[in-house]
Design a protein around this ligand. Structure first.
Ligand code: PSU
Ligand code: MN
Length: 306
């Protein structure tokens, strides 16, 4: 637990006492609630992820911005407000100051959640799929990547979103010394799919092994994150070839509609859900719950190690 947080942070009492006592805590993001999933699935999912973390023996800390204050752990009524989505901002690292000054409400992205979680002293974070390098020009690289390059945390995800340029995303992670740790796999998962044909940088077969790698990495004085990638559950995963076709269609529609900036990822995710007749949404929900479960195991292994 760190001190000296900005006055516009508020830490939930349960999260605060867990951090003080050195108990396992898992950060959860909230752009997936405000911009990534439709209502009311988003609200159910947010509760389910918290439940998975608890069942795994850790304390969940869903991070969001409520009336300009960065909440480390949100109350049930705040979660419902985020899920209804009206007037919600998408808050990445650069947006906190604006949110604080203007009293915004919003969901924090992977980058934003990492910034806030790290400030609060949380080491483990679960999300769905990170942002990355988008395909073709004009040049769009998610702020998630530079944040991973400079924040010492364990980020659990199902790879990068299938709508991205996955080889370029992995190249970026390599350049900025972010280990990509395959949880029980040698292959980088492609979010909706278990396979991508691309390799991870190292495989781990247990939470304890992930922690061994993380601790060695940080003992070297490195400040980058570990990206732990978990394949989506087989029963909900979609075949890579089928996803590739649907992604091409969604991307063509985004281009035609002139969608830009922060709106690109939410547009593509919601079009994918429609094009796949809801199958991509089911895969997304399943992998989010699964990642929360793995993150809890890793948070416990990290505490056990210390
Ligand atoms: N994982 C999901 N759904 C999402 C996201 C992750 O299953 O909507 C969000 C994360 O908050 C991530 C963001 O940071 O998508 C990426 O947005 P962008 O490409 O604009 O950086
Ligand atoms: Mn972008």
């Amino acid at each position: 637990m760190k001190t000296g947080l900005p006055s516009w942070f508020k830490i939930d009492p349960e999260v605060s006492s867990a951090l003080h006592a050195g108990q396992p805590v898992v950060a959860l993001e909230s752009t997936v609630i405000t911009h990534g999933l439709p209502y009311p699935d988003n609200m159910q999912l947010a509760r389910d992820m918290e439940q998975e973390v608890r069942q795994g023996g850790a304390v969940p800390a869903t991070i969001a911005v409520i009336a300009g204050r960065v909440a480390i752990g949100v109350a049930p009524e705040e979660l419902a407000l985020l899920a209804r989505g009206e007037g919600m901002h998408k808050i990445s690292t650069r947006d906190f100051a604006a949110a604080a000054a203007k009293g915004w409400n919003g969901g924090t992205t992977v980058a934003g959640t990492m910034t806030a979680a790290h400030a609060a002293g949380i080491k483990v974070f679960a999300t769905g799929g990170i942002g990355g390098v988008h395909r073709d020009a004009p040049f769009d690289i998610s702020a998630d990547l530079p944040q991973l390059a400079r924040t010492p945390m364990i980020v659990v995800c199902a790879g990068a979103k299938a709508i991205l340029d996955l080889p370029a995303t992995l190249e970026y992670l390599e350049t900025f010394h972010v280990p990509v740790v395959g949880m029980g796999t040698d292959e980088f998962p492609a979010f909706y799919s278990r396979e991508s044909g691309l390799p991870v940088s190292v495989r781990a077969d247990s939470a304890a092994e992930v922690v061994d790698i993380a601790c060695a990495h940080w003992e070297l004085g490195l400040n980058s994150a570990l990206l732990v990638v978990v394949p989506p559950p087989a029963e909900a995963a979609l075949p890579y070839d089928r996803v590739a076709r649907d992604v091409d269609q969604a991307l063509a529609e985004a281009r035609e509609a002139g969608v830009r900036g922060q709106a690109v990822t939410p547009f593509l995710l919601s079009r994918m859900a429609e094009i796949t007749g809801g199958a991509s949404l089911q895969a997304n929900l399943a992998l989010l719950r699964n990642n929360a479960r793995y993150a809890a195991q890793i948070a416990r292994a990290l505490v056990a190690r210390r």
